[in-house]
Ligand binder design. Structure first.
Ligand SMILES: [Zn+2]
Length: 312
């Protein structure tokens, strides 16, 4: 079942955001909450009942329930037992950096989408969150569910809540194709999709990085520097760095020659999206949208897109 609230709220309990060092009041509560969520996700991915986990840990089921709700802690030996069960390190459980798909697979569970979405899994789940949000805001939950059904995908909460989990670029492209076909996405409302991309849960650790850049030039450069964190299908490079202007190139990564991303349905959507994204990036530091001049376009014959962007 697709969890709308999970998408709209994003994953607030990101372990990487937990402070390092001795606990201050309130922090232990948060750690319990995160641990509880991890314990629950692992169990759900492996399709194990709460009752069975209670049996393994020698606890009452009520205790396991309380742990999952973040109301009760686990003893170190319980963590060890769970790490043995799932074949992961205790530190992985505490950091939350777990490949849940792998866990599901290990326990004979299939991911809730076609296997071809696991091929060329250079993308991350967070890349299509803006589009899912956009579709929901524009057309409602039923429309989104219809699109997800059309791409034979059941984006269960347990998969979506890990925005850093890998997924094939084809999943994103199919979702874009269906939203264009369904009449919800067009060149006029592209800006609204980009708006959805500025959420903290989409940007993850980059959100504060962008917010604190001292100038447009720095903002753009930090974008290029970090671009591989959320788009590993295209490679971003600074070609020219003048005080008044930055020239960026965006070219497909090597694996993209196995992906159909230039067809009639998609048109030059990917380029238009990137342009709009770059244009709106200035909003992070309160500057006006940037006027980008595209010198060369990969979707119109060139080997890469080349954008000239005013940096002052
Ligand atoms: Zn282009």
């Amino acid at each position: 079942m697709f969890n709308y609230e999970g998408i709209m709220r994003g994953r607030k309990k990101d372990l990487r955001k937990l402070p390092v060092g001795p606990l201050k009041s309130g922090q232990d509560e948060k750690i319990l909450e995160v641990l509880g969520e991890t314990v629950k996700r692992l169990r759900k991915c492996a399709h194990i009942s709460q009752e069975r986990i209670a049996e393994i840990l020698g606890l009452h089921q009520t205790a396991v329930c309380r742990v999952e709700l973040g109301q009760q802690s686990l003893q170190p030996w319980h963590l060890q037992q769970l790490s043995d069960l799932y074949d992961i390190r205790v530190s992985d459980m505490l950091s939350g950096q777990i490949n849940f798909w792998q866990i599901a697979e290990r326990f004979g569970q299939k991911p809730p989408f076609p296997s071809r979405y696991l091929e060329l899994a250079h993308s991350k789940v967070r890349e299509f969150l803006p589009l899912l949000r956009f579709m929901t805001v524009q057309k409602g939950r039923t429309f989104l569910q219809r699109v997800l059904k059309e791409v034979d995908t059941d984006l269960d909460l347990h998969y979506l809540r890990g925005p850093d989990q890998p997924i094939g670029v084809n999943c994103n492209l199919d979702l874009i194709r269906h939203s264009i076909k369904g009449g919800v996405l067009n060149s006029d409302n592209l800006k609204l999709v980009v708006d959805e991309s500025r959420n903290e849960d989409v940007q993850g650790f980059l959100h504060p990085v962008y917010l604190t850049q001292p100038s447009l030039g720095n903002l753009l450069k930090s974008f290029v520097l970090n671009s591989h964190h959320y788009d590993s299908n295209f490679i971003y490079t600074v070609c020219e760095d003048k005080s008044s202007e930055l020239v960026l190139s965006v070219k497909p990564a090597e694996h993209m020659d196995k992906v159909k991303y230039k067809d009639v349905e998609l048109g030059d959507y990917l380029c238009r999206y990137k342009r709009e994204y770059l244009s709106q990036l200035s909003g992070y530091i309160g500057a006006k949208p940037l006027q980008i001049h595209e010198k060369d376009c990969h979707f119109h014959g060139a080997s890469q897109c080349v954008y000239a962007i005013p940096a002052t």
